[in-house]
Design a protein around this ligand. Structure first.
Ligand SMILES: [Zn+2]
Length: 258
């Protein structure tokens, strides 16, 4: 099977899942959950957001040291200090991954980041290049991709792949899409970005309209090869696509889905 012909299961229960109310986990709890995820056979465990607190840094580092099998990933804003913290935590893993992100919708760039499109583009490229010097396994997320200008989204995806991103994640951050629209967006992105074959296309679908799994599957049918998900679909607000529903759909309907 060719590298991009399988769907990579990226579990973010320990990062996005932990952002659901009351779900905060200590180091021992994260380690226990990570062991079970490794046992389940997920491909990637996003273990946390190392710069967010000393406790989370230690938790990600411990998971990276102890868990064998899945890649161990940490989240980092597109800020060099975040990327350094992330690397110092995940580098103990056999297969570490740095996941860096920045918002690409006009709304978030203006209201949250106070940055122009060009500034965001430059920052994304700089940070991916910086992370790629630390590891060859770099994921970039265009936060709020769903509300981003599509041409701009395609340009930034092309630029970060040139800078060394090996996975490009397209999130429906606010859980706003419906499956036909979301699948078409992924299909168009793959058609438009000339170097897209150098990276794995990933999706991260929130469940505000109850469509997280449906949107993720629509993306897979249109060429996405990584799905981000959580156990029981826990996560911010209404949660994420659920790991077990994604995996069982892919397994049960592999005649249609991949
Ligand atoms: Zn999320």
């Amino acid at each position: 099977m060719k590298k991009f012909d399988r769907v990579i299961v990226f579990d973010t229960t320990l990062r996005d899942g932990e952002q659901s109310p009351g779900a905060s986990l200590n180091i021992e709890e994260k380690l226990l959950a990570a062991r079970q995820l490794a046992e389940l056979g997920v491909d990637v465990i996003e273990a946390g957001f190392p710069v967010s607190s000393p406790g989370d840094f230690e938790a990600v580092k411990t998971v990276a040291k102890e868990i064998r099998g899945p890649e161990i990933c940490g989240l980092a804003r597109a800020i060099k200090g975040d990327i350094d913290a992330c690397w110092n935590a995940v580098k103990h893993a056999k297969r570490p991954r740095i996941h860096t992100f920045i918002a690409t919708s006009d709304l978030h760039m203006e209201e949250k980041l106070h940055m122009t499109r060009q500034q965001v583009m430059d920052r994304a490229v700089d940070c991916v290049r910086y992370a790629a010097k630390l590891t060859s396994n770099v994921e970039f997320s265009a936060e709020d991709a769903v509300r981003s200008d599509f041409n701009y989204l395609c340009q930034i995806v092309e630029s970060v792949i040139d800078a060394g991103a090996t996975t490009v994640n397209i999130p429906d951050t606010v859980g706003y899409s419906i499956p036909s629209e979301w699948g078409e967006k992924i299909r168009q992105l793959i058609l438009r970005v000339p170097n897209i074959k150098k990276a794995v296309v990933s999706v991260h679908c929130h469940n505000d309209l109850g469509l997280g799994v449906a949107n993720s599957l629509a993306a897979v049918q249109n060429g996405a090869r990584q799905v981000e998900c959580t156990v029981n679909g826990i996560g911010e607000r209404a949660g994420n696509a659920s790991l077990e529903e994604i995996v069982m759909s892919l397994r049960t309907r592999k005649d249609l889905l991949v």
